[in-house]
Design a protein around this ligand. Structure first.
Ligand code: UD1
Ligand code: CA
Length: 456
């Protein structure tokens, strides 16, 4: 049976106090709407129809070229009106209604709601505090008869704890018919999607209800407070998944995964680490406290010590990085490399067994195996207009506080004397040094501090 998904996302999001459309606010490193679109895709929907309104162009351009159908709801006259607006775009046999600001609904919960594609299925929840939600009204036999909105409810109806999450699944043709001629003679003057339920009942259609496994699945985002709460829920869930797969987390409440983190066996992660984009940690890899890793691969046995910022890098097996190291895009470190504190590496390969232990900038370079980069070495890759490449061949030794002015090559096994500025190629196997000879001025006296006169 074919399926279309409608995502309602036309609301203004007034309580976010933001110039950005609500559904573009980030949760776990992805816009709210991205979560919902991904969920819709996981249901193998034929069509995903996004009803947009406020900030529409921004929403559209954020989801360009993805085959979504965008439908503009110019004025927000209610959820029923929003689905009516989407109705001409719906062609599949069944339709699911989701919400752009309810990001964490599980695919599994929706799959349960879709198991029986007959009649109308509502996702409902029993809440201790149902205030603000539409209530599910059942007859004496327990059959759903209608939904009443909070503002239209009697005191007795307000006491009902089963609430409407808004998420529902229905046969498309029937849904379209029920939406025809909705009226807005209610407390909010809106066309309510929820009024379709009483019409379905009048049509003799069975109403099923399905409940989510966790209440947070149905929570919406209307404020930064709610966004922050759902972010914690989302992070807690990801941390649980990592723990369940055998990853050691020093504190599951102090890790943030804003993308995809995949881990091998015996990986351990200390507190306050942030993972963005696609990060892979190989078997036995460890990440120290307070690290940020983005789009990076850390291979087996490598150790990232505390306070590192690593973006777009590959860290080879059994390497040791940090503390306080910065890897920028294109940093490609082979096995058994050591990179220490205050070393920045960008667009550079560091060969197997090579070391840069302290205070260096290595940019746009090819560095061979077993090279030792002394403290304070700077590759001067930029002449103010263009970037140039530096080559340091295997087993070279770069003395501390040297500058290599690109383009330049340091040959295999070459030694550069400490404090040198190397602007011409340094031959293999030789010592190259460029600094004034050391002289001593015999008998030189330090200046003596003049005595200040007492009355000045
Ligand atoms: C709706 C339900 C209520 C349910 C609650 C769950 C109706 C009439 N009521 O109430 O039973 O308990 O959700 O949160 O459906 N939207 C549009 N266009 C519109 C109006 C709304 O796209 O014209 C979108 C909003 O962006 C939002 C969603 O629909 O994402 C829900 O709208 P909202 O006005 O918040 O509905 P509630 O009054 O909370
Ligand atoms: Ca609302």
């Amino acid at each position: 049976m074919t399926l279309d998904v409608v995502i309602l996302a036309a609301g203004k999001g007034t309580r976010m106090y933001s110039s950005q459309p609500k559904v573009l606010h980030m949760l776990g490193g992805r816009p709210l709407l991205r979560h919902v679109v991904d969920t819709a895709r996981a249901l193998s929907a034929e069509r995903i129809v996004v009803v947009y309104g406020h900030g529409g162009e921004q929403v559209r351009s954020a989801f360009d070229d993805e085959g979504l159908v965008f439908v503009l709801q110019e004025t927000q006259l209610g959820t029923g009106h929003a689905v009516q607006t989407a109705a001409p775009a719906l062609e599949s046999e069944h339709t699911v209604i989701l919400y752009g600001d309810v990001p964490l609904i599980r695919v599994e919960t929706l799959a349960r709601a879709l198991r029986e594609r007959r009649g109308l299925t509502l996702i409902t929840a029993n809440l201790d505090d149902p205030a603000g939600y539409g209530r599910i009204v059942r007859d004496a036999a327990g059959r759903v008869v209608r939904i009443v909105e909070e503002n239209d409810a009697t005191a007795a109806e307000k006491a009902i704890r089963e609430i409407n999450t808004g998420i529902l699944a229905a046969p498309t043709t029937k849904l379209k018919a029920w939406l025809q001629g909705l009226r807005n003679d209610n407390a909010q003057g809106e066309y309510y999607l929820t009024d379709a339920i009483a019409r379905a009942v009048a049509d003799g259609v069975a109403i099923h209800t399905v409940q989510p496994s966790d209440t947070w699945e149905i929570l919406g985002v209307n404020s930064k407070q709610q966004l922050a709460e759902l972010e914690r829920v989302f992070q807690r869930e990801q941390a649980s998944r990592l723990l369940e797969s055998g990853v050691t987390l020093a504190d599951p409440a102090r890790i943030d995964v804003r993308g995809e983190l995949s881990c091998g066996q015996d990986v351990s992660i200390d507190v306050n680490c942030i993972f963005e984009g696609k990060v892979a940690l190989g078997d036995g890899a460890s990440v120290g406290a307070n690290c940020v890793l983005k789009d990076t691969t850390v291979e087996a046995g490598a150790r990232i010590l505390p306070f590192c910022h690593i973006d777009g890098a590959r860290i080879g097996p059994d390497s040791r990085i940090g503390p306080y190291a910065r890897m920028r895009p294109g940093a490609d470190l082979a096995a058994h490399t050591h990179v220490g504190n205050f070393v920045e590496i960008k667009n550079a390969q560091l060969g197997e067994g090579s070391k840069a232990n302290h205070l260096s900038y290595l940019g746009d370079a090819t560095i061979g195996r077993n090279v030792n980069i002394g403290a304070g070495t700077i590759i001067c890759n930029y002449d103010g207009a263009n970037k140039h490449h530096t080559v340091i061949e295997d087993e070279a030794f770069i003395g501390s506080d040297s500058q290599l002015v690109a383009p330049v090559t340091v040959g295999k096994g070459a030694t550069i004397g400490a404090g040198s500025t190397i602007a011409k190629d340094a031959p293999a196997g030789e010592l190259t040094i460029s600094r004034p000879r050391q002289i001593t001025i015999k008998g030189w006296k330090r200046p003596v501090k003049r005595q200040k006169s007492k009355d000045s």
